[in-house]
Design a protein around this ligand. Structure first.
Ligand code: BES
Ligand code: MN
Ligand code: ZN
Length: 485
């Protein structure tokens, strides 16, 4: 198992597969209380010879001759902000050789937040998902992958504890999303939520299909009825005794999105196991709030369905009834996320939370507008602003987007209260306007994380290939800030 420790040993005396050192913008190796100056001199000479510049996240690997480590990884940290330290540690963590047993990070940070960032970045940057690699089948009595022991020199226990909570949440999201959809269907997600919830003392309630029908969750049922594995709604609640407010989170949990009868082309389907990212994020953010004992009530609603085409699937032109009674004409079964989210939002606001945030891989248009690293946030201006500010502090990228009133008319239906697609231009915004119909007066923001949730490109910083866990950091930051507000 991967472990994360602080160490007070002199770095050059610790046997390690790799020793990660920081380099400032002038190419100078950063001194560290546990790094003797005489040990650094030859490394600095080597760095100078190579012309190491120290641009943030630029890495150089040197042999560890003369040190206790096999290799030295030099990484640029820019201005050494928490965000830069996290990104730099993440990049450096992938330069430590194959399956290192132990790595020492000896980059100085100004405070606990900086050490937490280093620890988070290193462990998350080195994350791999190997559950389906046959080489992981262990010999008798052996662990499949022993994992890496990470030592962050100079970090306090509190800094490490904090990093462990975020790492568990983000890696937890990645594991759920990376698991093939054959194994990660609505009932499986509900079961995992119940297992972890009972360990943490977090309440978990599951709506089985019969109850969804009795209580009128027509969005989740409509989307899920084409699959042999029927949908679920899951409520996960962290309710501390000293609660100072209530934040509701609603997550899109399409365990696989084929598009349904409005079938996607094969290319468009390749990443669609990621369509449950929103639900994985709200689930693990709630667990992180519990682990961190945040004094705010957090209620997560996981809207889980598999969008499949079949003889029982919903058709374009069908009319469904969302929880609470509004009717929707389903013109395109691939615009399914907003249907399950409408049920979840309508249910979530019944409890009168202070704010409701919904998180969804909702539209391809998000990526067209903002690219693959920046999520869009829409909704009430004050809530939207707090999301952007929380993201800035947390080291993630969100950008505010409008909900132009004139696009609302495109969602009018001839036969029902609404239809599920509107003007083809500005698809992210029409989807947001659709959701707005279901939040009543509750202060609300909608987070469209379609592309940032799943990295199809090369790894960068602490973001690996595949599921990223994007937006956990922002949401936890926002919830913690809510306690002070
Ligand atoms: N899950 C997709 C959105 C998506 C696309 C997420 C690419 C991540 C990467 C969503 O259900 C969808 O299919 N949206 C349609 C809506 C359209 C039919 C109005 C889209 O964006 O094409
Ligand atoms: Mn879809
Ligand atoms: Zn979808």
């Amino acid at each position: 198992m991967t472990s994360l420790n602080a160490t007070s040993d002199i770095v050059t005396s610790v046997q390690a597969d790799a020793l990660i050192l920081g380099v400032d913008a002038n190419g100078t190796i950063l001194s560290h209380p546990q790094l003797p100056a005489e040990a650094v001199t030859p490394l600095q000479a080597a760095a100078d010879l190579l012309g190491v510049k120290g641009k943030c996240c630029a890495t150089t690997v040197l042999p560890g001759t003369g040190t206790a480590a096999r290799r030295i990884v030099l990484v640029g940290v820019g201005e050494a902000t928490a965000r830069e330290l996290r990104e730099a540690a993440g990049t450096a963590a992938r330069c430590c050789g194959d399956d290192p047993d132990s790595v020492v990070v000896a980059i100085p940070a100004a405070d606990d937040a900086g050490y937490t960032a280093l620890a988070e970045g290193a462990v998350l940057g080195a994350y791999t998902f190997r559950d389906y690699k046959t080489s992981a089948e262990p010999a008798e009595g052996e662990e499949p992958w022993p994992g890496t022991a990470w030592h962050v020199a100079g970090a306090s226990d509190a800094a490490i504890e904090r990093a462990s909570i975020l790492v568990a949440a983000i890696a937890g999201v990645r594991d759920l999303v990376n698991t093939p959809p054959r194994d990660m269907f609505p009932g499986a997600v509900a079961g995992i939520a119940q297992d972890i919830g009972s360990q943490l003392g977090v309440q978990v309630e599951v709506w089985e299909p019969e109850r969804l029908a009795q209580e009128g969750f027509g969005g989740i049922l409509g989307v899920g009825m084409g699959s042999a594995r029927l949908p679920r709604l899951v409520k996960v609640q962290w309710k501390p005794e000293d609660s100072k407010g209530h934040v509701a989170l609603v997550g899109k949990g399409i365990t696989f999105d084929t598009g349904g009868i409005s079938l996607k082309p094969p290319k468009g389907m390749e990443t669609m196991k990621s369509d449950m990212s929103g639900s994985a994020v709200v689930l693990h953010t709630t667990f992180a709030a519990a682990r961190a004992q945040v004094p705010v009530t957090v209620t997560a609603w996981l809207c889980l369905a598999e969008n499949m085409p079949s003889g029982t699937a919903q058709r374009p032109s069908d009319v469904i009834k969302i929880y609470g009674g509004k009717t929707v004409e389903v013109m395109n079964t691939d615009a399914e996320g907003r249907l399950v989210m409408a049920d979840g939002l309508a249910k979530a606001i019944e409890e009168n939370p202070d704010i409701v945030l919904d998180v969804a891989t909702l539209t391809g248009a998000q990526g067209v507008a903002l690219g693959s690293r920046t999520s869009g946030v829409m909704g009430d201006e004050a809530v939207r602003t707090s999301v952007v500010e929380a993201a800035d502090r947390a080291g993630e990228d969100f950008w505010p987007m409008p909900l132009p009133g004139h696009l609302r008319a495109g969602l009018d239906s001839q036969v029902a209260d609404l239809k599920n697609i509107g003007d083809p231009m500005g698809g992210m915004l029409s989807a947001g306007l659709f959701l707005k119909e279901f939040v009543g007066d509750t202060p609300w923001a909608h987070l469209d994380i379609a592309r940032p949730a799943f990295n199809e490109g090369s790894p960068w910083g602490w973001t690996v290939k595949g599921a990223t866990g994007h937006s956990v950091r922002t949401l936890l930051e926002l919830i913690e800030n809510h306690a002070q507000a």
